[in-house]
Structures are given as C-alpha cells and as structure tokens.
Design a protein around this ligand. Structure first.
Ligand code: FES
Ligand SMILES: [Fe+2]
Length: 349
C-alpha cells in the first residue's frame, strides 16, 4: 500500500504560512514549506516578506533570533540586513554589503486574513493569483444592510496528510453522513472548474455539532439546514461559505493545508461569522459584537469537532489513485481531474 502523500508528489500553489493576526508589524515567524525551512516577516510599514530561512552569508537561521529593523530583516549572527527583494543592504560592521549575499525570496500574498506563500516544485513563479474577496469586520451594520462580520478565529493542526486529500473532503459527500452525522446531504449542481478555482455547492441537515451532543439523544436530533458553497483556490486554500437561511447566520470557513515534510501537513482552519443584527446605537453595536463573538466561539467549537473526526482518518489512510467508487460518493473524479493541473507530471489520479 502507498503511504498517504507519497504517491501524490508536491503540488504547486499558494499555501498558508501564517495567519495575518499572528504576524504583526515587526514580527518574524518561521516554518517549513514543502521541505524547505522558510521565514516570513512583516516590516514596520506592514509589508510582508518571505524567503528561505538560512542566511546566505554563513547560514544562520533567520527565524531563530532574526529581527525586523524598519523595512529589513536582520540576521542574528553577523547583523547583515536584507530588504524585501532579498538584497543585502548592510553588513553588521558598516562594510560594503556583498552583492551575492541575496536571500532566496518567496512570493507571498495576504488574503482572507491568511499569509499565503507560493510553492512550485521547480521554483517557478506564480502561475495564478487569488482574488481578494474576504469580508472585513467593517462590512455593514447588520439588519437590512450587509452583515457585520466578527473576527477570524483560528486553530492549527500538525498531522500526516496531503493537501489534495484534505481538500477532497469538500466533494466527498459520502463521508458527511458517516463521519459527521449530517443528514439529507444534497449536491447543488455539478462542480464548476474555472482554471485553478473549483466551486461546489451543497446543502445538508447539520447536527448541533458541539462536543458531546451526539451522545445525548435529545440533542442528537437537533439539526439545522445549512447551505454550503465551497471555493477551492488550488489545493492550499478552501473557502467555505455556509449559511443557515432560517436564522440568517453566515460563516466563512477557511481550510488551509500546507505541505511541510514529505507526507505531513500543517492544517490551519479559520472561521468568521455574521449575525443578522439590527440597531445602530452604541449599545446595540456593543451587544451585537459580543453576540457575534460568542456565536463565533460556538461555531469554531463545532468546526473543530468536525475536523477532529476527519483527522484520524486522514492520518491513517492511504492514497488510492484508482479508487472503487459508488453512487453517493460525490464528484470525486471531477475533483481529481481538476487537481491534476497542480502537478508537473501527468495526472496522479
Ligand atoms: S550568517 Fe547571517 S549575517 Fe552572518
Ligand atoms: Fe470531513
């Protein structure tokens, strides 16, 4: 049997390397992207830089004691400073910076409250962009106008897995009833593939979904109809817009799988929520913000509860390039045909 991820290779695409809220001005963070140690930092003016983690001078790790100084990143070892374009602008001893001391920069964008870095297995430049489309906390006032979105709440997992396998959840309709207890799962139309973007829509009766409620018979029966529209931007960013039409509640859920070491991923999830709130007085706004926060925390608990059910399956499953499918599985083959574009070799499916 093939171990998960080993049969798939590393796809190209935009992959999350941090949440924006973790990377305030002057901060440096480090991670691993497709086997490469990287650093990501935000300058004093708010711009984001990313590069391979090791200093071209004598190899220090810039994420271990490196610091932002103005618009540059300073190495902890000899104080060389690098600009956003990777060029060395100063040594630590006021001598002429060697021109060849250039950081290997990585393209980054910030979307949906996430910092995403481009990865191409052969080092190619970004082949496509992610359009801006996220709601902001300042969107509207609620009530008859557009909803007021609460803050993005997040959670991060490290696990064995592959971005193609975790994203496949969005079209694997069969598991929604078996793993998550959803009922009356209904696919709405065929998946729409538009270059690197795939859109799918479905609806289902969702149980309460809070930890423990499935063990209480009375609570187990409580379910609400939820409509979902998932937009996949490559294999690294899935944006799931969910709404409960009966209550007027809307959420944006982010699922962000980043390949780190072979067969392993960092899986970040994020959730924003908007309640249908009326009232424009200061008191109503304050109460609305509090209600939105509390509802967001509850929704995030439900989201984490769902993901916790997938994680052990992802962690132990194997990738089958030729699965034996059945009616009721959902559009898995259409998804795999779309996903094949992110690999340099012919389709893995
Ligand atoms: S190793 Fe970075 S400045 Fe020397
Ligand atoms: Fe799932």
């Amino acid at each position: 049997m093939t171990r998960l991820g080993v049969g798939l290779g590393v796809p190209e695409g935009w992959f999350a390397v941090a949440f924006s809220c973790e990377l305030g001005s002057g901060r440096v963070t480090s991670g691993v992207l497709a086997g490469h140690p990287i650093v990501v930092w935000r300058t004093a003016s708010g711009q984001i830089g990313a590069s391979l983690a090791h200093c071209p001078h004598l190899g220090a790790h810039l994420g271990r004691g490196g610091a932002v100084e103005g618009e540059t990143l300073r190495c902890p070892f000899h104080g060389f400073r690098f600009g956003l374009d990777g060029g060395c602008v100063a040594t630590g001893y006021n001598t002429r910076p060697p021109q060849a001391a250039t950081l290997a920069t990585i393209p980054v964008v910030e979307r949906y409250g996430v910092v995403l870095a481009w990865h191409h297995p052969a080092g190619g430049l970004p082949g496509w962009a992610i359009p801006a489309g996220e709601p902001t906390a300042a969107d509207g006032q609620g009530g008859p106008g557009p909803p007021r979105w609460g803050p993005l709440r997040t959670h991060t997992y490290e696990l064995p897995g592959h971005p193609q396998e975790t994203s496949e959840n969005s079209v694997d309709l069969g598991h929604l009833a078996i793993v998550h207890g959803y009922r009356r799962v209904e696919q709405r139309g065929e998946p729409e593939a538009d270059g690197p973007v795939l859109r799918v829509a479905y609806a289902m009766d969702r149980p309460l979904g809070l930890p423990g409620t499935d063990r209480v018979p009375g609570l187990r029966r409580l379910a609400t109809r939820v409509s979902f529209r998932a937009t996949l931007h490559g294999l690294g960013l899935s944006v799931v817009e969910a709404s409960i039409p009966r209550l007027g509640v809307r959420t944006h859920q982010l699922v962000l799988a980043t390949p780190t070491e072979p067969g392993r991923i960092t899986l970040r999830i994020g959730l924003r929520l908007a309640l249908p709130l009326a009232g424009t007085t200061q008191r109503a706004t304050t109460a609305g913000a509090l209600a939105t926060r509390l509802a967001t925390e509850a929704a995030l608990l439900g989201f984490r509860h769902d993901v916790a059910r997938d994680v052990p399956i992802w962690a132990a499953k194997t990738y089958l390039p030729s699965p034996v499918l059945a009616i009721g599985d959902g559009p898995i083959l259409a998804y795999r045909r779309w996903a094949a574009q992110f690999y340099p070799a012919p389709a893995p499916a």
